[in-house]
Design a protein around this ligand. Structure first.
Ligand SMILES: [Zn+2]
Length: 512
């Protein structure tokens, strides 16, 4: 029996044999994996970028780029154009494909906390950092269909300034939600799912459910992403620490040992191997986890992994900061010792790590006008109540360029590969996103590789009130950003607008 109101439909569809509701939302959808279609809005300018030093994952050359209808039309020399064409001179600048950040939590509710960036503010910050595509996490609520979670996410993402796709966080795995996963893959362009092996009672799915989700995804071109930490054991350690009065932020790190990340990563790999499905390990931070990934890849198992700038540039010494300052660095997994950092750089060099994304999950340090719900101060008396997460959406490209290309022998091609091309390929967005090529979306970043500047929260565009990298000097600065041919960032000037971001219906995941 089909009921009329939305809430009733949810109840109805949980009866056996029921069919999933059809999601309707405003906004444009291009086809999976294809360049965006010509849009019916105002005439789009034809744009010529002259003197571009084009860097892709495999190319390095000087050329002109002609953009029409939001896509790269021609790459060549001395392209003849009329007076009506908008011309940009890229002399001295690199032309990079727009960054692809596949790990963000915008406007996301997590227990008693909520991330402080809306899609509008978070994606504006992304754009200033040279990121033009974001794949964000939406979630199923317990007892509800993940299709409802997607519908709610679509409401929130309407303010996005850059293009956005969605991964679905699954909390309940049963016959109905497995059927809903199939619908998400085949109908909604949501082709990756995240399962938490941590946070029992809140977000965690036990191994049987994880295995079932893997089997469902594997045969359908979808991929399972795991937050790999042994949740039940960490829960014991956290409860013991709090009972002993160890409430300072550094106990967040001390109760989440790297071996428990390694154990869960190994377990997830074993399950994915049995399920014959590709696996993506998010925010890998530990030597033990990297060893598990490396060992599996050596056996030709399809496991992929990302790390984040904070694991590459910061260590657990940050938790020794005075007062409550260590709370700024309370993210999961926690920051680790220098030894782990060295291993992660090795992993990037040998391609056992393929992606650098941000895990942008911003909670203010102090209570701001948005309210306590958005603040780390909730955990002032007890580290286990500090919202887990940190900002980073705006600083990824400059940090990786500065630290990777500048200090760790990373090539410019590899820089583009780990920040744009590989994430686009792994998550079903290539070649529309992640490269500069004829027919691809004209998401182009003009980047000055020589400008040195200092990171400061006050100059950033997120609503967050701190930066993990306050006072860091970096070399490499985003100068201009084009989203589908439209100039949205020009130096410090913002030319983009909320609602300009399109929803990205994604194709097959897990292939490189
Ligand atoms: Zn995350």
């Amino acid at each position: 029996m089909l009921k009329e109101t939305f809430r009733e439909v949810i109840i109805w569809r949980y009866e056996p044999g029921s069919a999933p509701p059809t999601i309707s939302f405003n906004g444009t959808n291009a086809g999976a994996n294809l360049p965006s279609a010509r849009r019916g809005e105002a005439e789009m300018a034809t744009v010529l970028i002259k003197n571009a030093h084009v860097i892709t994952a495999v190319d390095d050359y000087h050329a002109e780029i002609l953009i029409e209808d939001g896509r790269v039309h021609t790459i060549g020399k001395d392209i003849p154009v009329g007076d009506d064409v908008e011309v940009h001179d890229a002399s001295g600048l690199l032309a990079l494909p727009g960054g692809v950040d596949v790990h963000t939590h915008l406007d996301w509710e997590f227990g008693v906390a909520r991330t402080v960036d809306t899609f509008g503010t978070g994606t504006k910050a992304a754009a200033f950092g040279g990121t033009t595509t974001v794949v964000d996490f939406c979630n199923q609520n317990r007892g509800e269909s993940p299709l409802v979670g997607l519908e709610n996410w679509h409401e929130r993402r309407q303010s996005a300034c850059v293009d956005v796709g969605a991964h679905m966080i699954m909390l309940d795995i049963n016959d109905q939600t497995l059927a809903d996963m199939k619908t998400l893959i085949e109908r909604e362009g949501v082709t990756s799912f995240k399962i938490f092996m941590a946070y029992p009672g809140v977000l965690m799915v036990e191994d049987g459910g994880l295995f079932k989700a893997m089997r469902l995804a594997g045969g359908r071109g979808a991929m399972i992403c795991v937050h790999a930490e042994n949740g039940p054991v960490i829960k014991v350690l956290v409860e013991e620490a709090v009972a002993q009065g160890h409430t300072a932020p550094k106990y967040h790190m001390l109760t989440r040992p790297s071996s428990m990340e390694g154990e869960a990563t190994h377990r997830a790999i074993c399950l994915s191997e049995l399920a014959e499905t590709p696996l993506y390990v998010v925010h890998l931070s530990a030597i033990e986890a990297l060893a598990a990934v490396t060992e599996a890849r050596d056996r030709d198992i399809r496991v992929h992994a990302e790390t984040c700038p904070h694991y590459l540039f910061l260590t657990d010494e940050e938790y020794d900061r005075p007062e409550f300052e260590g709370a700024k660095y309370v993210m999961t997994p926690p920051l680790r010792t220098h030894e782990h950092q060295t291993a992660l750089w090795r992993g990037l060099r040998t391609n056992d790590l393929q992606v650098i994304s941000t895990d942008h999950c911003p909670f203010c340090f102090n209570e701001q006008p948005y309210g306590m719900k958005y603040s780390k101060q909730q955990g002032k008396e007890d580290f286990s109540r500090i919202p887990n997460g940190a900002p980073g959406i705006e600083t990824r490209l400059p940090l990786v360029h500065s630290g990777g290309v500048g200090k760790h022998g990373m090539s410019l091609n590899r820089f583009v590969e780990v920040t744009a091309t590989t994430p686009a390929k792994l998550f079903g967005l290539f070649p529309r996103k992640g490269t500069i090529a004829v027919g691809s979306d004209a998401d182009i970043v003009l980047f000055d590789p020589d400008e040195t500047w200092t990171i400061g929260a006050a100059e950033q565009h997120s609503r967050i009130d701190y930066s993990l990298f306050e006072g860091y000097s970096v070399t490499g600065q985003v100068k201009k950003v084009f989203l589908r041919g439209q100039l949205i960032v020009d130096g410090t000037e913002w030319l983009g607008h909320e609602g300009a971001g399109e929803f990205l219906r994604r194709g097959e995941c897990g292939k490189l």
